[in-house]
Design a protein around this ligand. Sequence first.
Ligand code: FES
Ligand code: FES
Length: 164
Amino acid sequence: MAKHAITLNVNGQAMDVAVDSRELLIHTLRDRLRLTGAHIGCETSHCGACTVDIDGASVKSCTLLAVQCQGAEIHTVEGLATADGLHAVQQAFTQEHGLQCGFCTPGMLMRTYRFLQENPDPTDDEIRHGMAGNLCRCTGYQNIINAVRVAGEKLRQGEAEPAE
Ligand code: FES
Ligand code: FES
């Protein structure tokens, strides 16, 4: 199968990788770059467990070919924390008990990271709509809604700036 040499900018680092024509970005991230935080929960683009941030948008990485991402700026959950500690969205999910098994969490965090830049002071309704592309089988969502609200408060107070 034909290989394509591409460069992905992942969490601020340029990474050269040879990918198959039909390779999905989620497999490149997990299997070639060993960034196994992003997960796979379906084959129909519904669950959002594979969500990463690409060029300023939340993207389901199971629904994109790696070759389409040549030169893209990609942020994954592994890049959220800094030397100063956890990002505000990670702190808030921890404080508000917004996770149980943790399988949906990397996708939830990456969606929250972008959603709060799209809408820094959302209502609970707006949070529910904004997070509708991410499914969770454990939490019943309420603590996730709380976590997104609290993360927004933290960011507005400047406790942790989004790592852009
Ligand atoms: S793995 Fe379910 S939407 Fe990507
Ligand atoms: S915490 Fe288990 S699927 Fe969301």
